[in-house]
Design a protein around this ligand. Structure first.
Ligand SMILES: *Cc1c(COP(=O)(O)O)cnc(C)c1O
Length: 393
Protein backbone atom coordinates (compact mmCIF):
# COMPACT_ATOMS: atom_id res chain seq x y z
CA UNK A 1 0.00 0.00 0.00
CA UNK A 2 1.30 3.46 -0.93
CA UNK A 3 0.51 6.31 1.45
CA UNK A 4 2.33 9.01 -0.47
CA UNK A 5 0.95 11.03 -3.34
CA UNK A 6 1.15 9.39 -6.77
CA UNK A 7 2.35 11.15 -9.91
CA UNK A 8 -1.19 12.24 -10.78
CA UNK A 9 -1.70 13.88 -7.42
CA UNK A 10 -3.83 11.16 -5.81
CA UNK A 11 -3.76 9.25 -2.55
CA UNK A 12 -5.71 6.17 -3.59
CA UNK A 13 -9.00 7.56 -4.86
CA UNK A 14 -8.58 10.94 -3.13
CA UNK A 15 -6.86 14.15 -4.19
CA UNK A 16 -6.36 15.53 -7.67
CA UNK A 17 -6.73 19.12 -8.82
CA UNK A 18 -10.32 20.14 -9.56
CA UNK A 19 -9.78 23.76 -10.42
CA UNK A 20 -11.25 26.38 -12.74
CA UNK A 21 -9.46 26.50 -16.08
CA UNK A 22 -8.23 30.03 -15.32
CA UNK A 23 -6.07 28.66 -12.50
CA UNK A 24 -4.59 25.86 -14.51
CA UNK A 25 -1.32 27.64 -15.49
CA UNK A 26 -0.66 28.64 -11.86
CA UNK A 27 -1.23 25.21 -10.41
CA UNK A 28 0.68 23.58 -13.28
CA UNK A 29 3.68 25.84 -12.63
CA UNK A 30 3.62 24.97 -8.95
CA UNK A 31 3.31 21.27 -9.72
CA UNK A 32 6.27 21.44 -12.07
CA UNK A 33 8.51 23.47 -9.77
CA UNK A 34 7.79 22.58 -6.15
CA UNK A 35 9.87 19.41 -5.80
CA UNK A 36 12.74 20.84 -7.79
CA UNK A 37 12.88 24.03 -5.70
CA UNK A 38 12.40 22.20 -2.40
CA UNK A 39 15.29 19.93 -3.32
CA UNK A 40 17.75 22.76 -3.96
CA UNK A 41 20.49 23.14 -1.36
CA UNK A 42 19.95 26.90 -1.05
CA UNK A 43 16.21 26.38 -0.42
CA UNK A 44 16.81 23.71 2.21
CA UNK A 45 19.37 25.94 3.83
CA UNK A 46 17.06 28.99 4.00
CA UNK A 47 14.16 26.85 5.28
CA UNK A 48 16.20 25.14 7.99
CA UNK A 49 17.82 28.36 9.13
CA UNK A 50 14.49 30.14 9.54
CA UNK A 51 12.97 27.14 11.31
CA UNK A 52 15.87 27.22 13.74
CA UNK A 53 16.45 30.93 14.36
CA UNK A 54 12.99 32.38 13.72
CA UNK A 55 10.57 29.61 14.70
CA UNK A 56 12.76 28.17 17.47
CA UNK A 57 13.07 24.58 16.18
CA UNK A 58 13.65 21.82 16.98
CA UNK A 59 10.58 21.84 19.21
CA UNK A 60 11.22 19.78 22.35
CA UNK A 61 9.96 16.23 22.82
CA UNK A 62 8.94 16.32 26.44
CA UNK A 63 8.33 13.25 28.60
CA UNK A 64 5.21 14.20 30.56
CA UNK A 65 5.73 12.30 33.83
CA UNK A 66 2.48 13.01 35.62
CA UNK A 67 0.42 12.45 32.49
CA UNK A 68 2.32 9.18 31.99
CA UNK A 69 1.44 8.05 35.51
CA UNK A 70 -2.21 8.78 34.92
CA UNK A 71 -2.46 6.87 31.61
CA UNK A 72 0.06 4.15 32.49
CA UNK A 73 2.35 4.50 29.48
CA UNK A 74 5.35 6.66 28.56
CA UNK A 75 3.72 9.77 27.16
CA UNK A 76 5.74 12.34 25.29
CA UNK A 77 4.48 15.71 24.07
CA UNK A 78 5.85 17.10 20.82
CA UNK A 79 5.89 20.77 21.71
CA UNK A 80 4.69 22.60 18.60
CA UNK A 81 3.02 24.98 21.06
CA UNK A 82 6.43 26.50 21.70
CA UNK A 83 6.91 27.65 18.09
CA UNK A 84 6.85 31.34 17.19
CA UNK A 85 3.16 32.35 16.74
CA UNK A 86 2.13 29.46 18.97
CA UNK A 87 1.45 26.50 16.69
CA UNK A 88 2.70 24.27 13.89
CA UNK A 89 1.22 26.47 11.15
CA UNK A 90 4.34 28.61 10.86
CA UNK A 91 6.38 25.63 9.56
CA UNK A 92 4.21 25.59 6.45
CA UNK A 93 3.94 29.35 5.85
CA UNK A 94 7.72 29.73 6.02
CA UNK A 95 8.11 26.98 3.43
CA UNK A 96 5.48 28.39 1.10
CA UNK A 97 6.71 31.97 1.22
CA UNK A 98 10.25 30.86 0.38
CA UNK A 99 8.78 29.00 -2.58
CA UNK A 100 6.66 32.00 -3.62
CA UNK A 101 9.74 34.21 -3.64
CA UNK A 102 11.64 31.77 -5.83
CA UNK A 103 8.71 31.75 -8.25
CA UNK A 104 9.00 35.56 -8.45
CA UNK A 105 5.64 36.26 -6.77
CA UNK A 106 5.20 39.64 -5.05
CA UNK A 107 1.75 39.35 -3.52
CA UNK A 108 0.42 36.75 -1.08
CA UNK A 109 -3.17 35.75 -0.44
CA UNK A 110 -4.53 33.33 2.14
CA UNK A 111 -7.82 32.16 3.62
CA UNK A 112 -8.36 31.79 7.33
CA UNK A 113 -11.08 30.50 9.62
CA UNK A 114 -10.03 30.98 13.20
CA UNK A 115 -7.32 33.37 12.10
CA UNK A 116 -4.38 31.17 13.06
CA UNK A 117 -3.28 30.54 9.48
CA UNK A 118 -3.93 34.20 8.68
CA UNK A 119 -1.59 35.23 11.49
CA UNK A 120 1.09 32.74 10.40
CA UNK A 121 0.83 34.05 6.82
CA UNK A 122 0.86 37.74 7.84
CA UNK A 123 3.93 36.95 9.96
CA UNK A 124 6.00 35.54 7.11
CA UNK A 125 4.84 38.30 4.74
CA UNK A 126 6.16 40.89 7.19
CA UNK A 127 9.36 38.87 7.48
CA UNK A 128 9.83 38.88 3.70
CA UNK A 129 8.36 42.31 2.96
CA UNK A 130 5.59 41.00 0.71
CA UNK A 131 2.05 42.35 0.33
CA UNK A 132 -0.48 40.20 2.19
CA UNK A 133 -4.25 39.89 1.78
CA UNK A 134 -6.14 37.51 4.06
CA UNK A 135 -9.74 36.48 3.34
CA UNK A 136 -11.84 35.75 6.37
CA UNK A 137 -15.57 35.17 6.80
CA UNK A 138 -17.36 38.20 8.24
CA UNK A 139 -18.76 36.01 11.03
CA UNK A 140 -15.26 34.76 11.88
CA UNK A 141 -13.89 38.32 11.88
CA UNK A 142 -16.27 39.08 14.70
CA UNK A 143 -15.64 35.81 16.57
CA UNK A 144 -11.85 36.01 16.32
CA UNK A 145 -11.15 39.68 16.93
CA UNK A 146 -7.69 39.26 18.58
CA UNK A 147 -6.33 37.43 15.54
CA UNK A 148 -7.74 40.11 13.23
CA UNK A 149 -5.83 42.70 15.26
CA UNK A 150 -2.66 40.61 15.06
CA UNK A 151 -2.90 40.35 11.28
CA UNK A 152 -3.42 44.10 11.01
CA UNK A 153 -0.43 44.83 13.25
CA UNK A 154 1.64 42.58 11.02
CA UNK A 155 0.64 44.67 8.01
CA UNK A 156 -1.91 42.38 6.37
CA UNK A 157 -5.14 43.52 4.79
CA UNK A 158 -8.06 41.48 6.15
CA UNK A 159 -10.86 41.14 3.59
CA UNK A 160 -14.28 40.06 4.89
CA UNK A 161 -16.09 37.32 2.96
CA UNK A 162 -19.73 38.39 2.90
CA UNK A 163 -21.29 35.56 0.93
CA UNK A 164 -22.93 32.31 2.11
CA UNK A 165 -22.51 31.45 5.77
CA UNK A 166 -19.66 34.03 5.92
CA UNK A 167 -17.21 31.52 7.39
CA UNK A 168 -14.16 29.56 6.22
CA UNK A 169 -15.53 27.99 3.04
CA UNK A 170 -16.72 31.40 1.85
CA UNK A 171 -13.32 32.93 2.62
CA UNK A 172 -11.77 30.13 0.56
CA UNK A 173 -14.07 30.93 -2.37
CA UNK A 174 -13.06 34.60 -2.19
CA UNK A 175 -9.36 33.73 -2.08
CA UNK A 176 -9.74 31.53 -5.17
CA UNK A 177 -11.62 34.34 -6.93
CA UNK A 178 -8.76 36.73 -6.10
CA UNK A 179 -6.23 34.23 -7.43
CA UNK A 180 -8.14 33.94 -10.71
CA UNK A 181 -8.06 37.75 -11.09
CA UNK A 182 -4.36 38.04 -10.20
CA UNK A 183 -2.74 34.96 -11.66
CA UNK A 184 0.73 36.28 -12.45
CA UNK A 185 1.98 38.15 -9.39
CA UNK A 186 0.03 36.35 -6.64
CA UNK A 187 0.81 33.20 -4.64
CA UNK A 188 -1.93 31.50 -2.64
CA UNK A 189 -0.64 30.14 0.69
CA UNK A 190 -3.00 27.36 1.77
CA UNK A 191 -3.00 26.55 5.48
CA UNK A 192 -3.45 22.79 5.67
CA UNK A 193 -2.98 19.58 3.68
CA UNK A 194 -5.99 20.50 1.55
CA UNK A 195 -6.55 22.14 -1.82
CA UNK A 196 -5.60 21.03 -5.31
CA UNK A 197 -2.51 18.92 -5.94
CA UNK A 198 0.34 19.69 -5.23
CA UNK A 199 -0.75 21.60 -2.09
CA UNK A 200 -1.52 18.58 0.14
CA UNK A 201 1.83 16.99 -0.64
CA UNK A 202 3.74 20.26 -0.41
CA UNK A 203 2.24 21.18 2.97
CA UNK A 204 2.80 17.62 4.31
CA UNK A 205 6.45 17.85 3.31
CA UNK A 206 6.90 21.22 5.05
CA UNK A 207 5.21 19.89 8.19
CA UNK A 208 7.15 16.62 8.07
CA UNK A 209 9.90 18.36 10.02
CA UNK A 210 7.80 17.35 13.06
CA UNK A 211 8.28 13.58 12.59
CA UNK A 212 11.82 14.05 11.30
CA UNK A 213 12.71 15.60 14.67
CA UNK A 214 10.68 13.02 16.58
CA UNK A 215 12.81 10.22 15.15
CA UNK A 216 16.05 11.81 16.33
CA UNK A 217 14.59 12.78 19.69
CA UNK A 218 13.14 9.32 20.39
CA UNK A 219 16.42 7.70 19.39
CA UNK A 220 18.15 9.94 21.91
CA UNK A 221 15.65 9.52 24.74
CA UNK A 222 14.33 5.98 24.19
CA UNK A 223 17.07 4.34 22.16
CA UNK A 224 14.60 3.69 19.34
CA UNK A 225 13.25 5.86 16.53
CA UNK A 226 9.74 4.45 16.48
CA UNK A 227 7.09 5.08 19.12
CA UNK A 228 4.16 2.70 19.59
CA UNK A 229 1.54 5.40 19.10
CA UNK A 230 1.31 8.88 17.63
CA UNK A 231 -1.78 10.94 18.41
CA UNK A 232 -2.73 14.13 16.60
CA UNK A 233 -5.88 16.18 16.12
CA UNK A 234 -7.25 16.64 12.62
CA UNK A 235 -8.91 19.72 11.18
CA UNK A 236 -7.64 19.80 7.61
CA UNK A 237 -4.90 17.46 8.78
CA UNK A 238 -1.57 19.30 8.55
CA UNK A 239 -0.20 18.79 12.07
CA UNK A 240 -1.20 15.12 11.91
CA UNK A 241 0.38 14.77 8.45
CA UNK A 242 3.61 16.24 9.79
CA UNK A 243 3.62 14.02 12.87
CA UNK A 244 2.79 10.86 10.86
CA UNK A 245 4.86 11.53 7.73
CA UNK A 246 8.10 9.65 8.40
CA UNK A 247 6.19 6.80 10.04
CA UNK A 248 3.61 6.12 7.34
CA UNK A 249 5.46 3.03 6.11
CA UNK A 250 6.32 1.78 9.62
CA UNK A 251 3.31 -0.33 10.44
CA UNK A 252 4.34 -1.04 14.03
CA UNK A 253 3.64 2.64 14.75
CA UNK A 254 -0.06 3.10 15.42
CA UNK A 255 -1.31 6.37 14.00
CA UNK A 256 -4.27 7.90 15.81
CA UNK A 257 -6.15 10.78 14.18
CA UNK A 258 -8.59 12.61 16.42
CA UNK A 259 -11.46 14.59 14.97
CA UNK A 260 -13.81 17.02 16.70
CA UNK A 261 -17.15 15.46 17.56
CA UNK A 262 -18.53 18.81 18.74
CA UNK A 263 -21.71 18.19 20.72
CA UNK A 264 -21.71 14.53 19.64
CA UNK A 265 -21.32 12.66 16.35
CA UNK A 266 -25.07 12.45 15.78
CA UNK A 267 -25.97 15.83 17.22
CA UNK A 268 -25.88 17.66 13.90
CA UNK A 269 -23.21 19.88 15.45
CA UNK A 270 -19.92 18.18 14.77
CA UNK A 271 -16.83 18.21 12.57
CA UNK A 272 -16.04 14.48 12.50
CA UNK A 273 -15.51 14.47 8.76
CA UNK A 274 -14.19 10.97 8.20
CA UNK A 275 -17.18 9.33 9.87
CA UNK A 276 -19.87 11.73 8.66
CA UNK A 277 -18.37 12.67 5.32
CA UNK A 278 -18.95 11.35 1.81
CA UNK A 279 -16.90 11.57 -1.34
CA UNK A 280 -17.05 15.04 -2.84
CA UNK A 281 -14.98 17.94 -4.05
CA UNK A 282 -13.96 20.81 -1.81
CA UNK A 283 -11.23 23.38 -2.25
CA UNK A 284 -10.11 21.72 -5.52
CA UNK A 285 -9.62 18.25 -4.05
CA UNK A 286 -11.63 15.01 -4.14
CA UNK A 287 -11.99 13.88 -0.55
CA UNK A 288 -14.39 13.09 2.27
CA UNK A 289 -16.57 16.00 3.21
CA UNK A 290 -19.71 16.67 5.19
CA UNK A 291 -22.51 17.46 2.79
CA UNK A 292 -26.26 17.37 2.34
CA UNK A 293 -27.94 14.81 0.07
CA UNK A 294 -27.76 17.21 -2.85
CA UNK A 295 -24.08 17.90 -2.29
CA UNK A 296 -24.22 21.23 -0.45
CA UNK A 297 -21.43 21.55 2.11
CA UNK A 298 -22.69 21.23 5.69
CA UNK A 299 -21.53 23.86 8.14
CA UNK A 300 -19.28 22.08 10.64
CA UNK A 301 -19.19 22.80 14.36
CA UNK A 302 -16.57 22.42 17.07
CA UNK A 303 -15.76 24.43 20.18
CA UNK A 304 -12.28 24.74 18.69
CA UNK A 305 -12.27 27.06 15.72
CA UNK A 306 -9.27 25.34 14.13
CA UNK A 307 -11.03 21.99 13.77
CA UNK A 308 -14.33 23.04 12.23
CA UNK A 309 -13.40 22.35 8.64
CA UNK A 310 -16.07 20.47 6.65
CA UNK A 311 -13.54 18.31 4.78
CA UNK A 312 -10.35 16.48 5.54
CA UNK A 313 -7.19 16.39 3.42
CA UNK A 314 -6.97 13.62 0.78
CA UNK A 315 -4.06 11.92 2.57
CA UNK A 316 -6.23 11.49 5.67
CA UNK A 317 -9.21 10.30 3.65
CA UNK A 318 -6.85 7.63 2.29
CA UNK A 319 -5.45 6.76 5.73
CA UNK A 320 -9.04 6.39 6.95
CA UNK A 321 -10.16 4.27 4.00
CA UNK A 322 -7.12 1.97 4.14
CA UNK A 323 -7.28 1.85 7.97
CA UNK A 324 -3.60 2.83 8.18
CA UNK A 325 -4.66 5.37 10.79
CA UNK A 326 -7.31 4.82 13.41
CA UNK A 327 -9.79 7.68 13.50
CA UNK A 328 -11.18 8.59 16.90
CA UNK A 329 -13.09 11.65 17.94
CA UNK A 330 -13.55 13.78 21.02
CA UNK A 331 -16.52 15.92 21.98
CA UNK A 332 -16.24 19.54 23.12
CA UNK A 333 -16.63 18.40 26.72
CA UNK A 334 -14.00 15.68 26.49
CA UNK A 335 -11.53 18.08 24.89
CA UNK A 336 -12.13 20.83 27.45
CA UNK A 337 -11.60 18.37 30.33
CA UNK A 338 -8.43 17.02 28.72
CA UNK A 339 -7.15 20.57 28.23
CA UNK A 340 -7.74 21.37 31.88
CA UNK A 341 -6.11 18.10 32.91
CA UNK A 342 -2.90 19.04 31.06
CA UNK A 343 -2.87 22.41 32.84
CA UNK A 344 -3.18 20.72 36.23
CA UNK A 345 -0.80 17.80 35.61
CA UNK A 346 1.91 19.41 33.52
CA UNK A 347 1.57 23.20 33.75
CA UNK A 348 0.86 23.51 30.03
CA UNK A 349 -2.22 25.25 28.63
CA UNK A 350 -2.90 23.57 25.30
CA UNK A 351 -4.82 24.90 22.31
CA UNK A 352 -8.32 23.41 22.36
CA UNK A 353 -7.50 21.75 19.03
CA UNK A 354 -4.57 19.92 20.65
CA UNK A 355 -6.75 19.07 23.66
CA UNK A 356 -8.79 16.83 21.32
CA UNK A 357 -5.68 14.70 20.76
CA UNK A 358 -5.11 14.56 24.52
CA UNK A 359 -8.72 13.46 25.06
CA UNK A 360 -8.01 10.34 23.00
CA UNK A 361 -5.53 9.09 25.65
CA UNK A 362 -8.48 7.91 27.72
CA UNK A 363 -9.90 5.96 24.76
CA UNK A 364 -6.86 3.76 24.11
CA UNK A 365 -5.53 0.75 26.02
CA UNK A 366 -1.78 1.06 26.59
CA UNK A 367 0.85 -1.33 27.91
CA UNK A 368 3.13 0.24 30.55
CA UNK A 369 6.08 -0.06 28.16
CA UNK A 370 4.29 1.75 25.31
CA UNK A 371 5.91 4.92 24.02
CA UNK A 372 3.18 7.37 23.05
CA UNK A 373 3.71 10.73 21.36
CA UNK A 374 0.95 13.34 21.43
CA UNK A 375 1.49 16.13 18.95
CA UNK A 376 0.74 19.26 20.93
CA UNK A 377 -0.11 21.36 17.88
CA UNK A 378 -0.53 24.70 19.63
CA UNK A 379 -0.76 26.70 22.83
CA UNK A 380 -3.94 27.80 24.49
CA UNK A 381 -3.38 31.54 24.92
CA UNK A 382 -5.77 32.21 22.04
CA UNK A 383 -8.40 30.06 23.77
CA UNK A 384 -8.37 31.63 27.23
CA UNK A 385 -11.80 33.24 26.78
CA UNK A 386 -13.31 29.90 25.81
CA UNK A 387 -11.68 28.11 28.78
CA UNK A 388 -12.77 30.86 31.17
CA UNK A 389 -16.39 30.76 29.99
CA UNK A 390 -16.53 26.95 29.91
CA UNK A 391 -15.13 26.44 33.41
CA UNK A 392 -16.64 29.59 34.91
CA UNK A 393 -13.18 30.69 36.04
C1 LIG B 1 -5.17 25.15 12.71
C2 LIG B 1 -4.87 24.32 13.88
C3 LIG B 1 -5.15 22.93 13.90
C4 LIG B 1 -5.87 22.23 12.80
O1 LIG B 1 -5.26 22.25 11.55
P1 LIG B 1 -4.55 20.95 10.94
O2 LIG B 1 -4.26 21.35 9.54
O3 LIG B 1 -5.52 19.83 11.04
O4 LIG B 1 -3.33 20.71 11.74
C5 LIG B 1 -4.76 22.19 15.00
N1 LIG B 1 -4.16 22.77 16.06
C6 LIG B 1 -3.88 24.10 16.08
C7 LIG B 1 -3.20 24.65 17.28
C8 LIG B 1 -4.22 24.91 15.00
O5 LIG B 1 -3.95 26.22 15.05
Amino acid sequence: MNYFVDKNGYYGEFGGAYIPEMLFPNVAQLKQEYLKIMGEASFKNDFQKLLKDYVGRPSPLYLAKRLSEKYKAKIYLKREDLNHTGAHKINNTIGQILLAKRLGKTRIIAETGAGQHGVATATVCALMGLECVVYMGAVDIERQAPNVSRMKMLGAEVMPALSGSRTLKDATNEAIRDWISNPTNTFYIIGSVVGPHPYPDMVARFQSVISEEMKLQLQEQEGRENPDYILACVGGGSNAAGAFYHYLDHHSVKLIAVEAAGKGINSGESAATSILGHLGIIHGSKTLLMQTEDGQITEPYSISAGLDYPGVGPLHAHLFKTKRAQFLNATDDEAMQAGMELCKLEGIIPAIESAHALAALAKLKFKPSDVVVVNLSGRGDKDLDTYVKYFNL
